[in-house]
Each structure stands twice: as structure tokens, then as C-alpha cells.
Design a protein around this ligand. Structure first.
Ligand code: HEM
Length: 409
């Protein structure tokens, strides 16, 4: 298959259902492949890492959006993203990220451990209740998508009784990350963003009057004392980014971690009994089924990467999921092996935009999976697990499990 056909196949239903054969077809043409004028695809581990770390290759910011879609300002969801660190380049990015780092600290993350354990426990009570008679329960809907929103709400200081509302709005807003290719989705994202922005504005004024030791209280304080370090729009944009960036991603890592545990009783047993097994298991789930399959960078000037000339203005599609299966980095890369020790996967990115929430996501998943198999020792698949029909952020749409007694036939 030629490189362009393999790349284009990733946008088809077949490609989205199973992108891995197309990554291999691309790899057959090299680790950094020109596919058409102005577009290159990185599928090698080292090439992906190099692109992410090279300051001449940048994320798409407002200036870049102006070139491809001058009307982006009409979309509130896109506007909000462009004020956040993920859509900002140095030096603006370094200033925002530095400010966020002073509040999003290892202490803030560690403080969340009891919240994570309590949230898991109460969600499992509901799963147990729903599955008491042996009916299948969808672990994605009832657990995996609820946990990250509850945890990030506690981190940020959002109202705990609105978790389902945040989840539904975040689901709509996530469509904006698909770019401008989905106009009805973008309209839905804008409406959700407007609703959420109203809540954020109100929350900021409440925290200003009554700071509470959470992340938003800290950021409001920083903005009020040094608005040049974090503007009001940046404050709101980053609140929105934090709510959405860790939502589907963490849910998908929980889902795939659970599905793989159900595939081999030995994994479930070791997750339950052997603490030393858990970190390596979660890292391998992230390598094998990364929630973020792909990101992109644009060349701010001519640059040569791994011997390939990338001209100014070109786009480099960085396929993290393909880099994670590069045989030059990981032996037998298509085998799931929780004992492997061949370096960090690319699942949380790299360079200046390396995932701010990686430690939090790992903490959630490392806590959730052992508790799942301990609470439900007889847990088994209760139907067909299905992946969502999306490429960029990829994960399970549904994961039916049986946790209780089976109904009599
Ligand atoms: C399994 C879960 C997660 C995965 C796989 C993941 C993956 C990633 C990746 C690949 C990037 C880099 C994107 C790029 O370079 O274009 C990123 C950035 C980011 N992530 Fe995560 N993420 C996860 C969870 C979280 C959580 C829980 C949070 C926060 C609550 C979070 C917040 C962020 C932020 C703020 C950025 C942008 C950092 C910057 O631009 O400097 N993520 N994430």
C-alpha cells in the first residue's frame, strides 16, 4: 500500500476500527514519511520524540488557525482552547505552563488519593447494585467516564454535585479537538463551551471571595496579583483544558486496562495481589492502547529531522500509537507484556507540552484497577466491548461486564 493511501485509510471507518495495520504500512516507507505536499507522518519512536522536542516544530496556535480557517474566532470552543497552554507556543507557553506548575503540584496530586479511593468505592457500590442480578453493566458509562471528572472537579474546586453535567459538556467540547472537519459537532461544542464558560465566570468570582486551597482558588489569586502572568482569558481557557484533557484520556486508559485484565485471569490476580506488578501493567496498557493516538506539529522554519527535510509551513503528524509499536524500540511490539522494560512509551507526549496531568492519570489508573479486581473477584466480560469511531482520542465506547450472580436461565 502506498504511503498516501495508508494515511488516508486512517480517516475511514476501517482505519478507525483498527489503525495498527495502516501504521505498519506507513512504517514500510520509513519512520518519517512524506505523504503529500506539506504533510509528513512520524511513525518511529525516536522520530516522534524528536519532533515533539524540537522547538522549530510548534503546535497550532491562533496565528496558525488564521492561515487555515480565518473564521475560527466565531467558535467559542476553539477560542477557549487557543487561550490554553496546549495551543500556545514559546514564549507564551512557558509563561502559562510555569504559572500552572506552581499550582498543579505533586502535593496537590497526592492530596487527591483519598478522593480517588472514595470516588471509586462509591461508583463500585452503584456498579454492584446495577449488576446484582447478573445483568451486564457498562463499565465505561458507570465507572471509567465518571471517575476522572469527579477527580478533576475535586482538584480544581468545582462543585461535586455537578459531575454528570461536567461529563456531558466535556464530551461535547472534546469534539472541538477534531478541528474544523465536523461543523455540527463544532456547533455542539460551542454551545457546551458557552454553558461552561458561564459556570466558570461565576466560580471564579466565588473563589475570589472565598479561596479554598484548590487549584482554581490558587490560579485566581495568581491572576489577581499578576494578571500579566495569567490573563483572565488564559485562566478560563486553562480551566477548560484541565477539565477536558484528563477526561476521555483517563477514562480510556481505565477501560483498556480493565479489558486487558479480563482477557487473562493471571493479570487480574496479579493486579489484586501483587503491588509491584501494577505500575508496569499500567505503563504497558498506555503503550499498547494509548488513549491519544496522534498529535501534530507545524514547522516554523525549514528543519531536517532524521535526515528528512521538512520545509517551513509543513505539518508533521506525530503518531504516538505507532511510535509505541516501533520494533526498533520495543521487542515484539504487538505483544502486550506488562513485564517489559524498554523505556517510556510516548503516550503522554514529550517536550514542552508533555502531559501536565500524567502523574494524576497514572495515580487514578494505578488505584482503580487493583480495586476493581479486588471488589469484583468474579468480574467477567458480559458482552462485546466496542471501540468508539474516532481516531485522535481512541478508546472503548462500551465495556459490558458481569459482576454479580448470573440470572437463572
Ligand atoms: C491517560 C490519561 C492521559 C493521557 C494519555 C494524556 C495524554 C496527553 C498528551 C499526549 C499530551 C501532549 C499533547 C501534545 O503534545 O500535543 C497531553 C498534554 C496535556 N495534558 Fe494530558 N493526558 C492524560 C491525562 C491528563 C490529565 C488527568 C490531565 C489534567 C487533569 C491532563 C492535562 C494535560 C494538559 C494541561 C496538557 C497540555 C500541556 C502543555 O501544553 O504544556 N492530561 N496529555
Amino acid at each position: 500500500m502506498d504511503a498516501l493511501a495508508a494515511f488516508q485509510a486512517l480517516a475511514t471507518p476501517e482505519g478507525r476500527a483498527n489503525p495498527y495495520p495502516y501504521y505498519e504500512a506507513l512504517r514500510g516507507h520509513g519512520n518519517l514519511v512524506p505523504v503529500k505536499d506539506g504533510t509528513f507522518v512520524a511513525v518511529g519512536y525516536r522520530e516522534c520524540a524528536q519532533v515533539l522536542r524540537d522547538p522549530r516544530l510548534q503546535v497550532q496556535d491562533g496565528t496558525a488557525f488564521d492561515r487555515v480557517y480565518p473564521r475560527w474566532r466565531e467558535h467559542s470552543s476553539v477560542r477557549a482552547f487557543t487561550n490554553s497552554m496546549l495551543y500556545t507556543n514559546p514564549p507564551r507557553h512557558g509563561r502559562q505552563r510555569g504559572t500552572m506548575n506552581t499550582e498543579f503540584t505533586p502535593q496537590q496530586v497526592a492530596r487527591l488519593t483519598p478522593v480517588i479511593v472514595e470516588t471509586i468505592s462509591s461508583l463500585f457500590d452503584r456498579v454492584a447494585e446495577l449488576g446484582r442480578d447478573g445483568s451486564p453493566v457498562d463499565l465505561m458509562a458507570e465507572f471509567a467516564t465518571r471517575l476522572p471528572i469527579a477527580v478533576v472537579s475535586a482538584l480544581l474546586g468545582f462543585d461535586g454535585d455537578r459531575v454528570t453535567w461536567f461529563r456531558d459538556l466535556a464530551t461535547s467540547i472534546a469534539v472541538a479537538t477534531d478541528g474544523f472537519t465536523n461543523p455540527p459537532g463544532l456547533a455542539e461544542a460551542d454551545a457546551a463551551m458557552d454553558e461552561l464558560a458561564g459556570y466558570f465566570v461565576d466560580l471564579v468570582s466565588r473563589k475570589r471571595g472565598c479561596p479554598a486551597g484548590d487549584l482554581v482558588s490558587g490560579l485566581v489569586g495568581l491572576h489577581d496579583t499578576s494578571p500579566e502572568e495569567l490573563s483572565y482569558d488564559e485562566l478560563l481557557g486553562n480551566m477548560m483544558l484541565l477539565l477536558t484533557a484528563g477526561f476521555e484520556t483517563t477514562a480510556f486508559l481505565v477501560g483498556d486496562g480493565a479489558l486487558l485484565a479480563l482477557s487473562r485471569p493471571e493479570y487480574a490476580r496479579r493486579l489484586a495481589d501483587d503491588e509491584s506488578f501494577v505500575d508496569g501493567y499500567v505503563e504497558e496498557v498506555a503503550r499498547f492502547e494509548p488513549p491519544v493516538h496522534v498529535t501534530s506539529r507545524w514547522a516554523a522554519r525549514d528543519v531536517t529531522i532524521a535526515g528528512v527535510d521538512v520545509p517551513a509551513g509543513a505539518r508533521v503528524v506525530v503518531v504516538l500509537a505507532a511510535g509505541n509499536r516501533d520494533p526498533g524500540q520495543f521487542g515484539s511490539p504487538n505483544v502486550f507484556d506488562p513485564e517489559r522494560a524498554e523505556g517510556q512509551p510516548l503516550s503522554f507526549g514529550g517536550g514542552v507540552h508533555f502531559c501536565l496531568g500524567a502523574a494524576l492519570a497514572r495515580l487514578e489508573v494505578r488505584t482503580a484497577l487493583p480495586l476493581l479486581v479486588r471488589r469484583f473477584p468474579g468480574i467477567a466480560l458480559g458482552g462485546v466491548a466496542g471501540y468508539r469511531d474516532r481516531w485522535v482520542i481512541r478508546g472503548l465506547r462500551t465495556l459490558p461486564v458481569v459482576v454479580g450472580a448470573r440470572r437463572a436461565a
